[in-house]
Design a protein around this ligand. Structure first.
Ligand code: NAD
Ligand code: UDX
Length: 445
């Protein structure tokens, strides 16, 4: 099939590359000429494991192209995915300006039947707006061309995007157009070979499903983070509690990790947008309000622990900080807890020696205005002369570090473990003062 993605960010690029992998001919369009230049020169603008190989293979096979040429891109695909950003507006609602601009650019150019797919995460009712925008543009140039608008939200996780797209738990298609449904089924058939995982539903339910999924996952995390705070007070270990409850199949093990708060380009904005949708319909989503509030507080938990240990005035103190990205295996810094933690520590006079395997270039841009932050080439380099080690992101290379080196290079062996990487008992044996999340604090003997 001929497919176009409008927007070549995380979602558009992964969607385009994975669809090309199944034999489709895909054109990825973006307004960002720099991104397209990098891709056309064989580079990948984001860090996403496995993506470079899929892109390279399909470019070489002539099935995947990148362009800024809107005419060519719109005319190429019969199926056009809109995969542009939907950032939060000032009131928290999803800003649809990019989605609607993409819709208009389709309406201004299409000359034959198109299935327009909303891949971006968009509030209920957006498909109607996309349909109206396209129809308006067609009417403006008196063009009589058929089209359908379907919703096909994306559930991939960054850092595991290729795996998630190639082996999806489910594919949700919201469609009230028979021909479009058939085409979507055909497009996704190679991804659902072992058993049918494609759910066709009405457009509004599909749009809603995406927000419901992210809100549910964010709720689990905030709930566990709250329990972790209480576990510290009552002398329980949240890691043992996690295993104890996760073994119940009604609960399950995933997304129950307490930590330094959730970040990323989806949970924070999607929770806000759903709260906003509720308000537009005179319904206060009380649970979700609390989820957001708990997460804002959780991003400060490591700072609270550091202040409790070293005092409010951190002038003259230096902290080694491992992990900047909002999660491992990505260079994405959007809404990363590390940004809040660094800002709060620096505000109190501390200096930060930061390290991240891939996100330092992105982080240095976002922290350009913040004084007192230096970036280290290797994790160990951050330790020397630091008062403590603060771990914010659970990259694999932090899981079994050289604890002797940590002990000898830090001014005193203090570790703030924001992702519960280390066993408190082991830290105690090693003589490292270990401050974890929801696991109590073991002082070295
Ligand atoms: P992104 O910011 O990485 O990419 C969006 C791209 O769209 C940018 O490169 C931008 O230049 C381009 N763009 C904007 N307007 C355009 C236009 N008119 N024509 C062509 N290109 C245009 O965003 P993303 O992370 O890929 O997210 C896209 C959507 O998918 C959002 O709605 C997001 O909520 C949703 N989503 C994201 C993820 C994720 O993990 N990142 C997962 C599921 C869903
Ligand atoms: C999320 C959804 O998982 C995905 O389905 C959707 O398509 C996009 O949003 P993503 O933001 O890429 O994906 O990463 P995810 O793995 O969900 O992590 C989000 C945040 O939650 C990270 O900051 C992570 O550290 C945090 N998290 C996750 C926890 O704090 N505890 C957990 O148990 C899981």
């Amino acid at each position: 099939m001929k497919v176009t993605t409008i927007g070549t960010g995380y979602v558009g690029l992964v969607t385009g590359a994975c669809l090309a992998e199944m034999g489709n001919h895909v054109v990825c369009l973006d307004v960002n000429a720099e991104k397209i230049r990098i891709l056309n020169e064989g580079g990948i603008p984001i860090h996403e494991p496995g993506l470079d190989a899929v892109v390279k293979r399909n470019v070489e096979a002539g099935r995947l192209q990148f362009t800024t040429d809107v005419d060519a891109a719109v005319n190429h695909g019969t199926i056009l995915f809109i995969a542009v950003g939907t950032p939060p507006g000032e009131d928290g609602s999803a800003d649809l300006q990019y989605v609607l601009a993409a819709a208009r650019s389709i309406g201004q150019r299409m000359t034959d039947y198109k299935v327009v797919v909303d891949k971006s995460t968009v509030p209920v009712g957006t498909a109607d707006k996309v349909r109206a925008a396209i129809a308006e543009e067609l009417a403006r140039r008196d063009a009589k061309v058929g089209f359908a608008v379907v919703s096909n939200p994306e559930f991939l996780k960054e850092g595991a995007a290729i795996e998630d797209f190639m082996k999806p738990d489910r594919i949700v298609v919201g469609s009230d157009d028979e021909q479009a449904t058939l085409m979507m089924r055909a497009l996704y058939a190679p991804f659902t070979r072992s058993h049918d995982r494609l759910f066709v539903m009405d457009v509004r339910s599909a749009e809603f499903t995406k927000y419901a999924a992210n809100a549910m996952l964010a709720t689990r995390i905030s709930f566990m983070n709250e329990l972790a705070l209480l576990a510290e007070k009552v002398g329980a270990d949240i890691e043992l509690v996690r295993r104890g409850i996760g073994s119940d199949p009604r609960i399950g093990y995933q997304f129950l990790y307490a930590g330094a708060g959730y970040g990323g380009s989806c949970f924070p904005k999607d929770v806000k947008a759903l709260v906003r949708t509720g308000r537009e319909h005179d319904q206060e989503l009380k649970v979700l309000n609390a989820v957001e509030e708990a997460n804002d507080r959780q991003k400060l938990v490591l700072v609270d622990k550091i202040v409790a240990r070293f005092g409010e005035d951190l002038a003259g103190k230096r902290f080694a900080l491992w992990g900047l990205a909002f999660k491992p295996n990505t260079d994405d810094m959007r809404e990363a807890p590390s940004l809040v933690i660094i800002e709060e520590l620096v505000k109190r006079g501390a200096a930060i020696a930061a390290y991240d395997p891939v996100a330092m270039s992105e982080a240095s841009k976002m922290l350009a205005q913040v004084q007192g932050v230096s970036f280290c080439e290797r994790a160990e380099h951050a330790l020397a002369d630091s008062d403590a080690l603060v771990i914010v992101t659970e990259w694999k290379e932090f899981r079994t570090p050289d604890f002797d080196r940590i002990k000898s290079e830090l001014k005193q062996p203090v570790v703030f473990d924001g992702r519960n990487l280390y066993e408190p008992a082991l830290m105690s044996t090693l003589g490292i003062e270990h401050h974890a999340i929801g696991r109590g604090t073991r002082k070295s003997d």
